[in-house]
Write a protein that binds this ligand. Structure first.
Ligand SMILES: NC(=O)c1ccc[n+]([C@@H]2O[C@H](COP(=O)([O-])OP(=O)(O)OC[C@H]3O[C@@H](n4cnc5c(N)ncnc54)[C@H](O)[C@@H]3O)[C@@H](O)[C@H]2O)c1
Length: 378
């Protein structure tokens, strides 16, 4: 399928790194409303530049628009592409409000067009390996998932000097204003929904703990930099999901069944091995406990974890930040569904549901009932 990119910033370079080798996609060119960014990006990657959005949409060969603009431009750009009869794959979130997201879904459905949104990490080798384990019933009945999306202590890092491979600065102001929940929660919600089905209820807490971050860039931050949610799935599984950009990096997902625990160490890594063990304790934790108990004269039964071989569907290059995150896999999946009737793994319904859960975590209106304690200590 012929595709064109709109938005040539930081993440667009990561898509360019992961596009080669994907079946059935041909990139025709790119457009960005910032002429300097458009020129730098297209020169670096040696691809044609469209001078305007009109020019891009006037190119009849373009079947799908890949929307890599900033979140607050997603609705406008995706809607324009859909109205021009193009399938759309959008970076996350699908839109900034439910009304806008539903508008896009309706615009796609009425025209019979494909619409999907990142993240696509439920398509990763490791999440697919976990899905197979669950389907085979090897963990027994799943009760609980614990999902972390702590993206490091960003305010302490040198983010003003981060650059993508074609020279785009990291969009710090936008990231802080939009907030880490809207930016990152999908990386855990999407695999969770793929594994456990729809979410029925969300109980959320959120807080803005470092309001001054990005002030020097003119950022006006009112979005939370911490959110914690309890997700109850239709099937009875419950999940605790934490999002921050103020805590040490941890993007692990633990799925706890009656007969064992599966751990994905980092949901951004598509090739990381899945660890299955009786208790979910890491090897280091088990070893240190064994040593402690040996010292005290008790020799414990060492619980050996099982490391599954990862199905290397395709070699994913390391992108910015050193992750093996296959950004473009979702585009190829959407194209395969449209062109070849491949099983539906990405689409408008999933993107809309992930957006609704994300907004429930972000919005204070859904925050859990807060109870002020009557007792105290001095
Ligand atoms: N930066 C990351 O590490 C990263 C990683 C994963 C996903 N994302 C997601 O990717 C998207 C883009 O983020 P980014 O970091 O690349 O931002 P960015 O600011 O670096 O790039 C976005 C580009 O889109 C262009 N743009 C905005 N509105 C436009 C419009 N209406 N028409 C044409 N061009 C327009 C901007 O000029 C800019 O060059 C966001 O949804 C973000 O959540 C970012």
């Amino acid at each position: 399928m012929n595709i064109a990119i709109v938005g040539c910033g930081y993440v667009a370079d990561m898509y360019m790194q992961t596009l080669p080798g994907l079946d059935g996609l041909t990139l025709l060119g790119a457009y960005d409303r910032d002429p300097a960014r458009l020129a730098a990006f297209t020169a670096f990657h040696k691809i044609p530049a469209y001078p305007s959005m009109e020019a891009l949409l006037a190119d009849d060969r373009v079947a799908m628009v890949v929307n890599l603009t900033n979140p607050r431009s997603h609705h406008e750009v995706s809607l324009r592409a859909l109205e021009a009869g193009r399938h759309v794959y959008s970076e996350k979130p699908l839109a900034m409000t439910m009304a806008e997201a539903e508008d896009l879904v309706a615009a796609a459905k009425v025209r019979g067009l494909g619409l999907a949104a990142a993240p696509c990490n439920h398509l990763s080798d490791v999440v697919q390996a976990l899905a197979a384990e669950l389907k085979a019933g090897r963990l027994g009945r799943v009760m609980l998932a614990q999902a972390e999306m702590d993206d490091g202590m960003v305010h302490m890092l040198d983010y003003k000097n981060w650059r993508s491979i074609s020279g785009a600065p990291w969009a710090a102001r936008d990231e802080f204003e939009v907030g880490c929940t809207m930016e990152h929660a999908g990386y855990q919600i999407t695999p969770l929904v793929a594994l456990f089905g729809p979410v029925r209820r969300v109980t959320a807490f959120n807080a803005l703990l470092i309001p001054e971050k990005g002030k020097e860039l003119g950022a006006e931050v009112s979005s939370p930099d911490l959110s914690i949610g309890m997700l109850e799935f239709d099937g009875g599984v419950v999940a605790r999901l934490t999002n921050t950009i103020i805590a040490p990096s941890d993007r692990s997902l633990r799925v706890i069944g009656e007969r064992g625990v599966a751990t994905i160490p980092d949901v951004w890594e598509y090739h990381t091995p899945l660890r299955i063990s009786a208790t979910g304790m890491s090897y280091a934790a088990r070893l240190s406990r064994k040593i402690e108990k040996k010292v005290s004269g008790v020799i414990p039964r060492l619980l050996i974890g099982r490391r599954l071989p990862v199905a290397h569907g395709r070699k994913v290059p390391r992108t910015q930040g050193g992750h093996r995150m296959d950004f473009s896999r979702g585009i190829a999946q959407l194209a395969a569904q449209i062109e070849r009737g491949a099983p539906s793994m990405v689409g408008a319904d999933l993107a809309l549901h992930v957006t609704e859960v994300t907004l429930a975590l972000q919005s204070p209106a859904t925050a859990a009932r807060a109870e002020v304690m009557r007792t105290s200590v001095s």
